[in-house]
Design a protein around this ligand. Structure first.
Ligand code: GDP
Ligand code: IMO
Ligand code: MG
Length: 430
């Protein structure tokens, strides 16, 4: 991905999350000096398999598994300090050296215990099917100018005032939900006290660090979380997360200039999944859905929930390609389709005689639309050992060619298994 002109690359999910961003970041981090998370928080679950070990990263960038790569959590992330240190300690326990190369933006907002409480007790969160990690309430406080940032930990009096205000607001909401649960300012401050010094030791002005690194020619990988259809502006609102998951969010959430971004790699599964509620136009019927879920092991990396499965939706990915300005695609989990007799690509949505080719703003409109499918033969050959496009069976190549032309974005990588080596670099083998 990196060359003399391409130094800053954004990795972004181009569907509804869980596309395999963690795996791609891990593969590409080998050549990166920095890997930066720029939005979301512990709602993310990015899985990386190395040998027999598997790691699920929630807040720490997936680049951490490569020794020497500097990893950072940007200002756009809502950071849960409690689970951050659990994650660090687990990695250290597995022999991964973390401290000394992990940086946290001093402008990042903190997810407080009361954010998680509000998220868990809220009927509205349940209707969306959130991860319960306090993401929505933390971003609400950020936008409502009640948020608490890493830098506030340096000022005990200010912190106390902010925590009291935050608890008061959370308790007002909890009372309205009709629950007896309440947040306690004293307990919140105590919990913060336990992690404060350790967190401040990681804190820095990340925008400045990245600016200086980029000026020296460093290669920077920006690791998106969630997916484009979960973006608060461009996703299937209101069934979305609360951050800008698309490439625009990378500049804002890392504190770098939009013009400093040189490439955007969109990660897509060879089919579609979604965890949580909201529209999934190409959702499979129960029998086939169950089969693909088992083949792809489609259970959430954060909550363990079964993921809903659907055919590849080219309307969705073409939309994501436009909104993100994708310069390439990585198609993951091709191997999951290996045993299917036939496969389908959704090319548009039909209403009566009209075929809609652009993803609508109003998700209610999706209810009256029927996906239009193009059916193709399955390849029914294992693809896990393919390392070049030429190694793939002709039917799999035909499927990828059609997908590429429907999305109008070139495929740069094809992933054919969970392992690091199970990847085809199309650029290298073209
Ligand atoms: P992320 O949130 O985008 O990082 O994706 P997740 O880690 O939540 O989910 C992707 C899952 O698919 C993980 O369990 C990965 O190990 C797995 N995975 C990634 N690429 C491939 C692939 O090419 N084939 C198969 N079979 N599994 C893959
Ligand atoms: P990664 O980074 C898939 C979904 C939740 C819910 C909605 C809002 O692993 O791809 P939130 O807790 O963010 O307020 O929930 O977004 N969601 C994800 N779905 N992958 C994720 O992250 C997700 N993070 C949040 O299921 O529908
Ligand atoms: Mg995930």
């Amino acid at each position: 991905m990196f060359d003399s002109k391409t130094r800053t690359v954004v990795i972004v999910g181009a569907q509804w999350g869980d596309e395999g961003k963690g795996k791609l970041v891990d593969v590409l981090a080998e050549r990166a000096d920095w890997v930066v998370r720029y939005q979301g928080g512990a709602n993310a679950g990015h899985t990386v398999h190395i040998g027999d070990d598997s790691f699920v990263l929630h807040q720490i960038p997936s680049g951490i598994l490569h020794p020497g790569v500097r990893c950072a959590i940007g200002n756009g992330v809502v950071l849960d300090p409690e689970t951050l240190f659990t994650e660090i300690d687990e990695l250290v326990g597995d022999g991964i050296d973390v401290e000394g190369r992990l940086y946290v933006s001093d402008r990042a907002h903190l997810v407080m215990p009361y954010h998680k409480l509000v998220d868990k007790e809220s009927q509205a969160s349940r209707a969306i099917g959130t991860t319960g990690r306090g993401i929505g309430p933390a971003y609400e406080d950020k936008a409502g100018r009640r948020g608490i940032r890493v830098v506030d930990l340096k000022h005990p009096e200010r912190l106390q005032e902010l925590v009291e205000r935050g608890c008061e607001y959370a308790n007002m909401r909890l009372a309205r939900f009709g629950t007896a649960q309440r947040a306690s300012a004293a307990e919140t401050l105590e919990a913060l006290g336990r992690v404060s010094d350790r967190l401040l030791a990681l804190a820095d002005d990340l925008g400045v660090l990245l600016h200086r690194a980029m000026k020296r020619g460093a290669s920077v990988l920006m690791e998106g979380a969630q997916g484009s259809l979960l973006d608060v502006d461009h996703g299937t609102y209101p069934f979305v997360t609360s951050s800008s998951t698309t490439v625009g969010g990378a500049a804002i959430g890392a504190g770098i200039a939009p013009t400093a971004i040189h490439a955007a790699l969109g990660i897509v599964k060879a089919y579609t999944t979604r965890v949580g509620n909201g529209p999934l136009p190409t959702e499979l019927d129960a029998v086939l859905g169950d089969r693909v879920r088992r083949l792809g092991n489609e259970f959430g990396a954060t909550t363990g929930r079964p993921r809903r499965c659907g055919w590849f939706d080219a309307v969705v990915v073409r939309y994501a390609a436009r909104v993100n300005g994708l310069t390439g695609l990585a198609v993951t989990k091709l191997d999951v389709l290996d045993t299917l007799e036939r496969v389908a690509l959704c090319t548009g949505y039909r209403r009566g005689d009209d075929v809609l080719e652009e993803f609508p703003a109003d998700i209610a409109a999706l209810e009256s639309l029927e996906p239009v499918y193009e059916w193709m033969d399955g390849w029914q050959v294992p693809t896990g050992d393919a390392r070049t496009i030429a190694d793939l069976p002709p039917a799999a190549r035909a499927y990828l060619d059609r997908l590429e032309s429907l999305v109008d974005t070139s495929i740069r990588y094809v992933s054919v298994g969970t392992r690091r080596d199970q990847i085809i670099d199309v650029g290298a083998t073209a």
